[in-house]
Design a protein around this ligand. Structure first.
Ligand code: PMP
Length: 461
């Protein structure tokens, strides 16, 4: 017997959660002081319901992942059928399963011509850990073991494991657990609103890219294995790089023989209005980690797509690669991912993102006149509003993050999920969102910004 059999009321559920459940990225002391978690019970389309029956518009598609929206029975049926046929078999010992073969083929077909092979993992963190091991292994095999350093950006997010959090550039994460590990360095991010100063965005984009070149030269190109970047930084606050940034990164990586990794965990599978962020920004990646949108979050699965140049060399010269996960290529997760991609294709959902993106942008821009909003930006169905103390100077509130959290709570009270990244309020709604739902989302956001402004004024009064 478990609690599931007991039909607990919401108060009892929260009490049990508080007693036994540790949550990711959570300050439990303040969570408990504020009365514990909100319990989500079911969802349809872009809408969630909580245990008290309240309906909430999910402006974040879960955690940037439920791209096709909630309640697609086809994915449940794909998992059900696969579990009846073969719930599990590994892909280690000269075996494969039909869904894992089919998904590798499908993902390869979505990649650029020079990328034809895929390694399966369970999530984005494992994808990036896999890359660290593979890339170092590759250069070791090539007789360049010192070519091992990874360059990333401050405020990047690449996962929570030891290696992926080292790749990431989140200062708060590095403050815990002895990170980053040796061999990971971070340069400035292409965050014009936050760090562009007096430069125009294009000049700033070039400056941010050249920080990568400076770092390569400082370390010596013979010591630098790869540069990793999210096409648009997600968890950092939907940081959309100036157009000048990625072409310059392409040039620099090629010039110094540094591999280029486009972390598509958020941008992949349509979020920016094309299938991958590398298409939106003209990035020429050697390696592509992906997760979230691969299955729209219906089951956990991730993948790493790797260039022929790297794969062919490692296969020819490497012997066994001592790496893999019990659930690499899990058949039910692969079947769900295949069904998810089928829906994206058949229902032209990526085209829908491109179609609705200008409307999403236009509506979001109506928030730019709000007294708290310093900048509004969006690409595809990724959007951000910067909350600031002073619109003219872009000055932040002190400490950063407090106003954002208050705003996030107001959103929730008003029936909208919006995430705060510091004081940047971000949106990443499910793809099938309609124009009416966009209108509603922006109205709810404005109401939450108004309530947040009241808080700020009350504090200053
Ligand atoms: N890379 C990026 C760009 C991400 O946004 C995330 C998760 N938000 C990850 C990697 C890590 O993925 P996961 O949480 O699935 O391990």
């Amino acid at each position: 017997m478990t609690l599931l059999d007991k039909n607990l009321n919401p108060v009892e559920l929260v009490a049990s959660d508080t007693a036994h459940h540790l949550h990711p990225f959570t300050d439990h002391k303040s969570l408990h002081a504020e009365g514990g978690t909100r319990i989500i019970t079911h969802a349809r389309g872009a809408w969630l319901w909580d245990a008290s029956g309240r309906k909430i518009l999910d402006g974040m598609a879960g955690l940037w992942c439920v791209n096709i929206g909630y309640g697609r029975s086809e994915l449940a049926e794909a998992a059900y059928r696969q579990m009846l046929d073969l719930p599990y078999y590994n892909t280690f010992f000269k075996t494969a399963t039909v869904p894992s073969i089919a998904l590798a083929d499908k993902v390869a077909s979505l990649m650029p011509d020079h990328i034809n092979r895929v390694f399966f993992v369970n999530d984005g963190s494992e994808a990036n850990d896999t890359i660290v091991r593979l890339v170092r292994h590759y250069f070791q095999l090539k007789g360049q073991p010192e070519k091992s350093v990874f360059i990333s950006r401050r405020n990047a997010y690449h996962g929570s494991t030891m290696a992926s959090a080292s790749l990431g550039g989140m200062a708060a994460m590095h403050g815990q657990g002895g990170l980053p590990l040796p061999g990971f360095v971070h340069v400035d991010q292409p965050y014009w609103f936050g760090e562009g100063g007096d430069l125009d965005p294009e000049a700033f984009g070039l400056k941010a890219a050249r920080a990568v070149e400076d770092e390569i030269l400082r370390l010596g190109p013979e010591n630098v294995a790869a540069f990793i970047g999210e096409p648009v930084q997600g968890a950092g606050g939907v940081i959309i790089p100036p157009d000048s940034y990625w072409p310059e990164i392409n040039r620099i990586c090629r010039k110094y023989g540094v591999l280029l990794i486009a972390d598509e965990v958020i941008c992949g599978f349509g979020r920016t209005g094309k299938w991958f962020g590398f298409e939106t920004y003209g990035i020429e990646p050697d390696i592509v980690p992906m997760a979230k949108g691969l299955s729209s979050g219906y089951l956990p699965i991730g993948a790493v797509a790797i260039s022929d140049e790297i794969c062919d060399f490692v296969i020819e010269n490497g012997g066994e690669f001592f790496h893999g996960y019990t659930y690499s290529g899990h058949p039910a997760a692969c079947a769900v991912a295949l069904e998810n991609i089928r829906i994206l294709e058949d229902e032209k959902l990526v085209e829908h993102v491109a179609d609705i993106a200008p409307y999403f942008h236009e509506k979001l821009m109506t928030l730019a006149d709000h007294p708290l909003v310093g900048e509004v930006r969006s690409v595809g169905l990724l959007g951000a509003c910067e909350l600031v103390r002073d619109k003219a100077t872009r000055a932040r509130f002190d400490p950063v993050g407090r106003v954002g959290l208050a705003c996030r709570d107001h959103c929730f009270e008003n029936g909208l999920i919006m995430r705060s990244c510091g004081d940047t309020m971000v949106l990443s709604p499910p793809f099938p969102i309609t124009r009416d739902e966009v209108d509603e989302m922006v109205d709810l956001a404005r109401a939450a910004f108004d309530s947040t402004l009241e808080d700020v004024k009350a504090e200053l009064a």
